[in-house]
Design a protein around this ligand. Structure first.
Ligand SMILES: [Zn+2]
Length: 264
């Protein structure tokens, strides 16, 4: 295939994931669970509430910064299926999707943040178990279901070209999702004792069904008594929101410097 044509294809694939560096970045904030689905509940702390409170605090920070344009999938205690969350993100044409959660585990000493994105590697069993719990509020459990139909602008192109575009978009999305997880992990400064910012890959329904770079953040373990207490406190929630905000700024800087933007 001629080099110019290949370059145009790469530009097409990347610009549909990342429209323009001058426009504000559309960030879809997704507070996990809500309504009848409270998520994990330990020590009187409800996951759905913590997720919403942190999302609202992060939303405030992002609204006051012209570089970002945030949108919440829910801004109150209502039920929302995973399909609806992904649909909102895709309809809003988000540039980044962040789903906020709090974790639970049988060992109550386990604590710390975990940041997930989806790539094409087979997930380990522990992660599959966590994903099955977070995926409960969906009709489908299609773990490796990438939304390959999102090359909508490719109408009129032949199937070979469409398939190349889909591969390019998929690879680009994995790369950006991984970079986003790294940026968020680097800036996690919530508590010295909860610096465990593991970056893992997992087939969470909600991040595998959006067409933009996506991360799911397990902000801490509610099964750990001290972490549950922290997560309930407004000061700690503010620290989390601020860390995520700094991580998003770092990610934006990375994108601005990315050579792929020369193709815009
Ligand atoms: Zn959850």
């Amino acid at each position: 295939m001629p080099i110019l044509f290949v370059s145009l294809l790469i530009a097409f694939a990347c610009t549909s994931l990342w429209a323009s560096t001058s426009a504000p970045i559309q960030i879809i904030l997704d507070p996990g669970h809500g309504g009848s689905d409270q998520g994990a509940v330990y020590f009187g702390v409800k996951e759905s509430k913590i997720n919403l409170k942190v999302a609202l605090l992060l939303n405030e920070l992002l609204i006051s910064d012209k570089r970002f344009s945030p949108h919440l999938t829910r801004n109150k205690d209502v039920s929302l299926s995973l399909e609806e969350r992904a649909e909102i993100a895709n309809l809003k044409k988000g540039d980044i999707f962040l789903s906020l959660h709090a974790n639970a585990y049988e060992k109550d000493s386990t604590k710390g943040v975990e940041i997930y994105f989806q790539n094409q590697l087979p997930p380990d069993e522990e992660v599959l178990f966590l994903a099955s719990k977070e995926n409960e509020n969906t009709k489908k459990h299609n773990y490796l279901n990438w939304p390959l139909g999102f090359v909508n602008d490719a109408k009129g192109l032949n199937s070979e070209v469409t398939s190349i575009l889909q591969d390019l978009q998929l690879n680009s999305r994995i790369r950006y999702s991984s970079q986003l997880a790294e940026s968020l992990g680097e800036h996690w400064q919530v508590s010295k004792r909860s610096e465990r910012h593991l970056i893992k890959q997992a087939p969470f329904h909600v991040i595998s069904n959006v067409s933009m770079p996506a991360n799911l953040i397990e902000m801490g373990y509610l099964t750990n008594k001290s972490e549950a207490k922290n997560l309930k406190s407004k000061t700690y929630q503010k620290k989390i929101a601020n860390s995520l905000y700094l991580g998003l700024i770092n990610y934006k800087d990375y994108i601005d410097k990315s050579p792929l933007n020369d193709l815009d």
